[in-house]
Design a protein around this ligand. Sequence first.
Ligand code: BGC
Length: 637
Amino acid sequence: MYLEEMAKISIIMVGLWLLVSWSGLLDTEYTKYKDTKQYIDTRVDDLVSRMTLEEKIGQMLQIERKYASADLVKKYFLGSIMSEGGSIPVPQASAEDWIDMVNEFQKGALSTRLGIPMFYGIDAVHGHGTVYKATIFPHNIGLGATRDPELVKRIGAATALEVRATGIHYVYAPCVAVCRDPRWGRCYESYSEDPKLVQDMTEIIPGLQGDVPDNLPKGVPFITGKEKVIGCAKHYVGDGGTIDGIDEHNTVIDRDELMKIHMPGYFSSISKGVVTIMVSYSSWNGVKMHAHHDLITGFLKNTLHFKGFVISDFEGLDRITSPPHANITYSIEAGVSAGIDMFMVPKLYTEFIDDLTMLVKKEYIPMSRIDDAVRRILWVKFMMGIFENPFADYSLVRYLGIQEHRQLAMEAVRKSMVLLKNGESIDKPLLPLPKKVPKILVAGSHADNVGYQCGGWTIEWQGVSGNNVLKGTTILDAVKNTVDPETTVIFKENPDIEFVKSNGFSYAIVVVGEHPYAEMHGDSMNLTIADSGPETITNVCGAIECVVIIISGRPVVIEPYVGLIDALVAGWLPGSEGQGVADVLFGDYGFTGKLPRTWFKTVDQLPMNVGDPHYDPLFPFGFGLSTKPTTKGFYFS
Ligand code: BGC
């Protein structure tokens, strides 16, 4: 009897064991989306089939870090967190501070029911510009002047490393705008007025994301490994073509011209596997791009077969109406229906959640549209391996601002300088400057200001002034480092004529230009350089031989002074490595840069681009004198 009982119990135990094992098998099946051996599509299907509407809408949101916390990420199932321009975890945050912040948000994401990791985005538009101690590369306009896509690719790779060094996965770059009017405050974010040059410069994408394998179908987003980042071609489309260059305004142009001028950058970006595309605040022929179903779903997704995800601009939904946020329910419906997948809704995310939930429940927006958005976002997350490696470690922190990247930035600066005038005639050039002379004058508002050199999107959204807020070399310091030790360098920001005449200077280097700005704050109808630039040019160049370097995000009014100036250099916004400027001034390297834009004579000619019937530039598109490197280290007078 006892044995019989024992046998029964054993049978029950075995049965239970089998049941547990079987449900274990089921459990493996249950977490199919976590299985790396499955195809990404299968993983996406599995995960989406498990998600509630609430979880799906959470994935579609990207909110600003200052309104976020791990608990909030968990509560609303948020798909992504971001930094707006200048938004940092602590003042002068180290790479470790950034990583700690990002990982903290990640903990929130992983503690949700389905444990879907989030990613973090930032504007690394000329290097990891927001981050203290990062290498700041020239802004895109300067890179356009280099005509060197391979260099730009290396800059992309360096930027990716510095961004990953801070635990961040996603950059809102490159801007593939084709700026057609320099009065636009974002003209410096554009590589060129020429669509072909913009296309060439999309080589930054394989630098940021990695090289697309040959067998990958066109349109499939691609990123390799943990040293690369998700890129973002922006702002789709026509952002650089608005009337009078007014930011976020209307681009009035027919479809053919839109395709020829503003679209080619996207053709190239998509064929290079760009993972995301950001929609422009601007309108095309009066229709807001954030509500443009034909161009987002119709053209981008259906015709071009773009398989990555489309992201809105910051509060882009709000700006569908005028005034902004006037009817957010309508805007959400319009934006989601147009085909935008992820939404930068920095602060008012509960409103987005409530309204979108209502719109789906009442069938104003079909679930299939939500699923399309979520599938695209999840596809990227699986592809980039973030499910398997959700947390950033400290192994890459050493890359932030390293010397190799600064050398690369110097190379970019040298190649971006465009020499517009060099002495009275070809046989009497002023440059290269002699290194060994008794005394030289360095003047101008931009000579000793690394913040000004960097322009907007540096540390702060609008950029900064001064030398203590970021790490770099001013042009003044670079000059001092380059001249002979016996040459005396005198710096005076805005000297009067008497001072210039009476000091026995051999020559002067004048560095003037625009103060930093970003977006609409940079729109300018007069395009003059900042005070006291014109006065400094007049005082110095009227008295002694001078080279003038213009630090600006675009061509500016210079014609009235060209006669006074002996040598003229377009320096653009070179970034943290001012040494590159001195390298070409003193002939350690030759000038090779070519104008990526037309330099106008007067603003009333604008807009004026290469090929226009009324083309009458001060310096044409593609212009740039060259010099040969010289070993001449001293001056014979
Ligand atoms: C800009 C975008 C930028 C975004 C996030 C917007 O104001 O238009 O270019 O990526 O902010 O900072």
